[in-house]
Ligand binder design. Structure first.
Ligand code: ATP
Ligand code: MG
Length: 304
């Protein structure tokens, strides 16, 4: 008679981060249980070593390191300025983003009372900040924010209800001839070279290709692709994708939405999903291991 791991055993091994072995076949229950105990012991030891390394040396989970690397790159190399805006926003802002009652994203909103909600994205506040700072500075403005966003997701392996977005946006730059967004620009289907400094970019798309390349360099990812997507809110977006996982979405204006925010100059921005990047860097099968949690830390389970 041959037997396999029980459901409980499989769940425990998955919790401990087993990557394979779930389909192993054993001669009898005694052999299976011995193999389970052995595998569990090794996985627990590995998880303990990981937690010890974090506490003694690493001191920061991958998700926090990704934030640090992206923020350092934006501030030191790209002249962006950090802003911090409220997590609770007026629901009316969603209408202005055209996330209206008939939009799927509207179903995912966490409401706070009748007129406010937890932000599902950073864009509404950043629209206001770039408009106001552009008005005051009278020159191109580069800003970014890092913060929690909230969406009621059906909890797949790549979605959290609370996740961290880092959104950078550059406003008021004249990207030269490419006011159509540079649809003819080369290299959008694969990771294009892009251009290094915004002043030399012929189009926002070229600029975004350059920013995407530097950002991936900053977090240590060298293989990615850029893929065009249709977004209900932003029209066309260009996604940064690794092994089929969307790490970030790039968008640009002039855009039909801009007028709702009193924004009339060109802009180009990227919204990075911090936990998605940490998930890919750590080779984790599910995003919850690297999300805000009291059950996992830096991909390691605490139930050990
Ligand atoms: P997806 O299609 O994967 O659901 P999206 O296109 O709706 O993502 P965006 O609005 O483009 O997401 O958000 C910018 C980035 O934030 C995404 O590229 C992704 O990395 C991350 N992100 C979006 N939703 C979630 C979520 N629920 N949990 C974790 N990260 C997310
Ligand atoms: Mg997207």
């Amino acid at each position: 008679m041959s037997v396999m791991f029980t459901t409980t055993q499989k769940e425990r091994l998955i919790e401990l981060g087993a990557s394979k072995g779930g389909d192993a076949v054993f001669e009898d229950a005694a052999a299976r249980d011995a193999a389970f105990r052995d595998t569990e012991k090794h996985l627990v030891e590995a998880a303990r070593a990981k937690v010890a390394g974090l506490l003694r040396e690493k001191r920061m989970p991958d998700s926090a390191a990704v934030i640090r690397h992206l923020e350092d790159w934006l501030i030191s190399e790209e002249n962006f300025t950090k802003v911090t805006t409220p997590t609770i926003i007026p629901t009316e802002m969603l209408d202005r983003m055209t996330v209206t009652e008939d939009e799927p994203l509207r179903e995912q909103i966490f409401y706070v009372g009748s007129k406010r909600c937890l932000r599902p994205m950073l864009a509404p506040n950043l629209y206001i900040m770039m408009r106001e700072l552009g008005r005051i500075a009278k020159e191109p403005v580069r800003i970014f924010e890092t913060g929690s966003c909230f969406r009621r997701e059906s909890q797949g392996a790549r979605h959290l209800n609370e996740f961290t977005m880092l959104n950078c946006v550059e406003y008021g730059v004249n990207y030269g001839e490419g006011s159509d967004g540079g649809a003819a620009s080369a290299g959008v289907d694969s990771a294009g070279e892009g251009c290094a400094g915004e002043m030399h970019c012929a189009s926002p798309v070229e600029r975004l290709e350059g920013l995407a390349r530097s950002a991936m360099g900053a977090v240590g990812i060298d293989h990615y692709s850029l893929e065009r997507e249709e977004s209900t809110v932003y029209g066309e977006t260009i996604d940064i994708v690794v092994d089929g996982v969307e790490l970030a979405s790039c968008s640009y204006g002039p855009h039909p939405l801009d007028a709702n925010w009193g924004v009339f100059a060109p802009w180009a921005g990227i919204g990075f999903g911090i936990e998605r990047i940490a998930m890919v860097l750590g080779g984790h099968a599910t995003i919850k291991r690297v999300g805000r949690s009291t059950s996992f830390i830096d991909g390691a389970p605490l139930n050990i």
